[in-house]
Design a protein around this ligand. Structure first.
Ligand SMILES: *Cc1c(COP(=O)(O)O)cnc(C)c1O
Length: 404
């Protein structure tokens, strides 16, 4: 057992090591082992471990102003909100401390909008296997199997439909519905990419039926999928969009961004002690400026193509377990096996110094930093193939299989 582990409230099974520092795509533990990190704090460290941009933003802002209180304006908050509005084509932004809080705010905004603009409508249509966070409201909005029994009674007012099924959403909307909320690519469900046109059709449907479209881009946004938002790639503008994870590049920061007509919060409706604090906002500003700098998103797409091509080549030569599907966008990818071996493969990868995540029993997910190098991708593939085909890989290492 790890020293002092008994003081932790929550039982989480974690590997027998203590992480101490990181650099780019590499994470190091106290025993001096290096881990090639393709999890990056669950797609959080968009600029890698310990990025200099964040170090500078933090130390500069920390010496200036930490929190004037949310009752005052501060410059980094104002500037970040302006950047987020410009990057999404929406009108107004509100900063929060986590993705769940941003989604909570979006749900609250939608309900207020329904109450005041749609004759008391309050129901929100969500999708099966969705993940929107761990507050009571976002748990109710999530379709994660097994979650409904953790802390009942659950918040009412949610209707769940299958993902990637426009007709099901159309059937679920009635006069009591105020919004449809979904992830443009389902992240925690294992990088589930809907058919082309799904989001466009949902945008048309929600507009026709007069309800809000809320996109949870906590995982897909901020450059992760190769454009600033996934909505941009699909050429749609939702009424409400949430960002988190990569937005802070490792510090707690998220945002809800709304169109002018959806932005119905008035003074007193919502808030929080730390919302919009300049310390985190300064980090978000550094991230958004980096991600929106000329050429950055292009480089994410190019790195993503290299990762995708490498995974497809690995899939082609996989023998057992076989990789039967490679799916994703930008630098958010998953591979599915023909057998439920993901946890075991993840464990073997960990032993080989490679961090991957297994969101489903048959699925591994890869979320490297947005500046991951081709050489790091190649090294990841080398370690993953070794975990998959230990014998062949060791033969290759010994030079016995020189044809490859
Ligand atoms: C991670 C995630 C959340 C929750 O964000 P937290 O910062 O953990 O509260 C919400 N939605 C999606 C799509 C996510 O991936």
């Amino acid at each position: 057992m790890i020293e002092h582990e008994k003081y932790l409230l929550q039982p989480v099974r974690r590997p027998e090591c203590v992480m101490s520092h990181g650099n780019g795509s590499w994470l190091y533990d106290e025993a001096g082992r290096e881990h090639l990190d393709f999890v990056q704090g669950w797609a959080v460290n968009s600029l890698g471990h310990a990025p200099p941009e964040i170090g500078e933003a933090l130390s500069e802002q920390a010496r200036k102003l930490l929190t004037p209180s949310p009752a005052f304006h501060n410059r980094p908050m104002l500037e970040l909100c302006r950047e987020l509005v410009n990057a999404t084509g929406l009108a107004r932004a509100f900063l929060t401390n986590s993705g769940a809080e941003a989604n909570d705010a979006a749900l609250k905004l939608a309900r207020k909008w329904g109450r005041t603009r749609r004759a008391g409508a309050f129901r929100i249509v969500t999708t099966e296997n969705a993940f929107h966070g761990r507050t009571l409201a976002t748990m109710a909005a999530s379709g994660k199997p097994g979650w409904d029994v953790i802390a009942p009674p659950n918040l009412p007012g949610f209707v769940r439909v299958p993902y990637d099924d426009v007709a099901a959403v159309a059937r679920a909307i009635d006069e009591s519905t105020c919004a449809v909320m979904l992830e443009p690519i389902q992240g925690e469900a294992g990088v589930v990419v809907p058919r082309p046109g799904y989001l466009r059709q949902l945008r048309e449907l929600t507009r026709e039926r007069g309800v809000l479209l809320i996109l949870d881009e906590v995982q897909t946004g901020c450059g992760r999928t190769g454009t600033f938002s996934r909505a941009e790639a699909e050429d749609i503008t939702p009424d409400v969009l949430t960002l988190g994870k990569g937005l802070g590049a490792g510090v707690p920061l998220a945002a809800v961004i709304a169109s002018e007509s959806a932005a119905c919060f008035e003074a007193g409706d919502h808030g929080g002690t730390y919302v919009g604090n300049p310390l985190m906002a300064a980090c978000g500003l550094a991230v958004v400026r980096c991600v929106r700098a000329p050429g950055f998103l292009e480089s994410v797409r190019r790195r993503g193509q290299h990762l995708e091509a490498s995974l497809r080549r690995l899939a082609e030569r996989s023998t057992g377990p076989r990789l039967v599907e490679v799916r994703g966008a930008g630098l958010l990818w998953a591979v599915r096996f023909d057998v439920p071996c993901a946890a075991e493969v993840q464990r073997r990868c960990f032993e080989l110094g490679l961090l991957l995540n297994a969101p489903r029993p048959d699925t591994l997910r890869l979320m490297p930093q947005l500046r991951v190098s081709d050489a790091e991708v190649d090294e990841m593939i080398r370690r993953l193939s070794q975990a998959l085909m230990p014998e062949r890989a060791s033969q290759r290492e010994a030079g016995l299989n020189s044809t490859e």
